[in-house]
Design a protein around this ligand. Structure first.
Ligand SMILES: [Zn+2]
Length: 341
């Protein structure tokens, strides 16, 4: 079985985006703001979006199931206020849930959290619990910078974040570290802000005792880990210098996806990072939608790169494509087993 750990509902209909624009326009006017019910999509709208989009590509490329979350760029926790973030998370998560109910064999739900720059992370716990305990979500996306590219909040290793980690550990769900859109024009969203965040959070964790405090907390760093695998030697040296411990200790808790859009990048990732810590991901349909003129294949068809990695054997591929995801996302494993898979 081939599990893609990284997919978003990027094909959500225009009406949904319009609802969000209206909601932000009325952020300070809750009486006239659009109602949550107005954001609900019909089953037909969802079928059209999914069958011509993610499901079609899933079948063409030969993967079986994707962990599916709301559009990351649109999470935009910096917009509006805590109330709008909560409503936006609720309607976005509900739509993702609806997709996974319509296509339970192809998608499993991952939630967005109602983060807001001025609100403590613990305020996200009720929505996290609703999604996981009531709706069967298997993970969440956690934004390390709810300010949208200005990084004025505290590092993810600050104790302010701890109540949320306690909830994640209690629920036994991992968090994918995932920023949203950038409102800082110095940082392009998917080209800079995403990769910066992946790298920055890894360094925050390196410098902390986060996993001493939460030995079972699991973080998935997407986009191939940003700059981390490429600079693994730098981080190994820094871990020894700053923390007097080998970097490899982090590998009980940190995992990287394969959203790296060229063959040499995937080869480096799988050579540097142990195969137990690599999860297949494509992030399709997302950051890069075109085809590579050199190969004629889609840049984000990452399964192709893994298939072509000569250094990987069948056991490595099985871990990357399936068993690592089941281990890191135990609620996904339980969901699949309950369906006989
Ligand atoms: Zn993503």
């Amino acid at each position: 079985m081939i599990i893609d750990c990284h997919g978003h509902f990027t094909t959500a209909p225009k009406s949904f985006r319009d609802w969000r624009a209206k909601q932000i326009g009325f952020a300070d006017d809750p009486v006239n703001a659009p109602k949550k019910e107005e954001a609900i999509l019909t089953d037909d709208q969802i079928r059209e979006a999914i069958e011509n989009g993610q499901l079609k590509l899933q079948k063409e490329r030969g993967s079986d199931l994707a962990l599916f979350s709301p559009i990351a760029g649109l999470m935009s926790h910096h917009l509006g206020n805590e109330r709008t973030s909560l409503e936006w998370a609720e309607v976005s998560n509900n739509n993702v849930y609806q997709v996974t109910e319509l296509y339970p064999d192809n998608f499993a739900p991952v939630c967005q959290l109602p983060q807001s720059p001025s609100a403590p992370p613990k305020n996200c716990i009720p929505e996290l619990r609703r999604c996981v305990e009531e709706l069967g979500f298997v993970g969440c996306n956690l934004n390390p910078d709810p300010t949208g590219g200005y990084w004025t909040g505290k590092p993810m290793t600050d104790r302010e974040w701890y109540p949320l980690y306690e909830a994640l550990v209690d629920l036994d769900v991992p968090a994918m570290i995932h920023v949203a859109a950038s409102c800082n024009c110095n940082f392009h969203g998917t080209g800079a802000h995403y990769l910066n965040a992946d790298t920055s959070v890894f360094m925050q964790v390196l410098q902390s005792d986060l996993f001493k405090d939460f030995p079972t907390l699991r973080l998935v760093i997407p986009h191939g880990g940003g700059a981390v695998p490429y600079h693994w030697g730098r981080y190994r040296g820094m871990s020894l210098e700053i923390m007097m411990r080998p970097l490899e200790g982090l590998l009980d808790n940190i995992f990287f996806d394969t959203c790296v859009y060229h063959q040499p990048g995937v080869e480096l990732l799988t050579k540097v990072i142990p195969t137990d810590n690599v999860l297949f991901g494509s992030e399709m349909i997302g950051a890069v939608r075109g085809k590579d003129p050199n190969t004629g294949h889609y840049f984000d068809d990452t399964k192709r790169y893994l298939d072509a990695c000569a250094a990987l054997d069948d056991q490595d591929r099985r871990k990357i494509f399936e068993t690592n995801a089941r281990r890191v996302y135990p609620r996904l494993d339980a969901r699949l087993r309950s369906r006989g898979r």
